[in-house]
Design a protein around this ligand. Structure first.
Ligand SMILES: [Zn+2]
Length: 249
C-alpha cells in the first residue's frame, strides 16, 4: 500500500515518462497503448492443460506490454490501471464477438470473474491488480453500450499454494489443483456469458483451475481473457496487420 502511495506522489513530483518506451508524457503513451491492443487473439499456452477455456490475450508478455504489466502489478503504479483496463475490455469484446452464443441478441450480458490474488500477494503488493482491472474493464464495457457487464468475484483460495515461479508445467498443475473454490455458488449468474479474467497467462494452469472451480459451482466460463500471454518459444513473429481499434481506445 505504501509503495503505491509513494508511486502516486512521485508521479506528481517527477517528470513523467512512458513505462513502455521511455517517451515523455503519460505512464502508458498512446503508441504503447495501441501496441498493447493491436492484436487481441487466442494465444493458448503450449500444451494447454485440460479444462482450459479458449484463452484470448491482447499481447505477448514481452517488450512494452511486459514493462507496463510489471509496473502496474509489482510496483503498484495505479496510473496504469486505466490503460490496461482499456486493453482488457477491448480484448473481451473481440473474444465475445468471435464466439457468439445462442440467444445473444441486443446487449449481451457479460460476467467477468477475476482470478483472485493469493492472500500473501495481496499483503505484499497492497492491492488486488486483477480485481481492479476487472472492475474498470466492466465499466468500459458498459460505456461501450454493446453489452451489460458486471464483475462476479466468485473465486477464493481454499488453501495456500507454493510460488508458481520455477515450477514445471506438471508441478504447477499439481500445486494448483483444488486450490480455488466458489464460496457462494448460489450467486452464480444465469443466462450470462461468463469470462475468466487474469493479467497474464503462462502455462494456463491457474485459469484451468479457476474454470474447474467455476464448473463445480455450476457456472461455465466460455473464455478466459488476459492482458498478456507468455510468448511461446516456438511462436513465429506476428505478421504486421492493421487492426480496427475500438472507438474508446
Ligand atoms: Zn510508450
Amino acid at each position: 500500500m505504501l509503495g503505491g502511495v509513494l508511486c502516486s506522489l512521485l508521479d506528481l513530483l517527477l517528470p513523467q515518462t512512458c513505462v513502455g518506451c521511455g517517451a515523455s508524457g503519460p505512464r502508458c503513451c498512446a503508441r504503447c497503448l495501441a501496441e498493447l491492443a493491436a492484436a487481441p487473439r487466442p494465444r493458448p499456452p503450449e500444451c494447454p492443460p485440460a479444462g482450459l477455456p479458449v484463452c484470448w490475450s491482447a499481447a505477448d508478455y514481452a517488450g512494452a506490454a511486459r514493462r507496463v504489466v510489471v509496473a502496474y502489478k509489482e510496483r503498484g503504479e495505479s496510473a496504469l490501471a486505466a490503460a490496461l483496463a482499456d486493453v482488457l475490455a477491448y480484448t473481451v469484446t473481440r473474444a465475445v464477438a468471435a464466439a457468439p452464443r445462442p440467444g445473444d441478441g441486443g446487449r449481451r450480458r457479460l460476467v467477468l470473474v477475476p482470478v483472485p490474488s493469493a492472500v500473501r500477494s495481496l499483503r505484499t503488493r497492497g492491492h488486488d491488480p486483477v480485481g481492479r482491472l476487472a472492475r474498470l474493464a466492466a465499466r468500459r464495457l458498459n460505456a461501450y453500450g454493446e453489452c451489460r457487464a458486471e464483475v462476479w468475484p466468485a473465486l477464493a483460495h481454499r488453501r495456500r499454494v507454493a510460488d508458481q515461479a520455477g515450477l514445471s508445467r506438471t508441478e504447477r498443475r499439481g500445486n494448483l489443483t483444488g486450490s480455488l473454490w466458489v464460496p457462494n455458488p448460489g450467486e452464480s449468474p444465469s443466462a450470462a456469458n461468463v469470462l475468466l479474467v487474469d493479467d497474464i497467462v503462462t502455462t494456463g494452469a491457474t485459469l484451468a483451475e479457476a474454470a474447474r472451480a467455476l464448473r463445480r459451482s455450476g457456472a461455465v466460463a466460455s473464455a478466459a481473457v488476459t492482458v498478456a500471454a507468455t510468448r511461446r518459444r516456438s511462436s513465429k513473429p506476428l505478421r504486421s496487420r492493421t487492426v480496427k481499434m475500438h472507438p474508446s481506445l
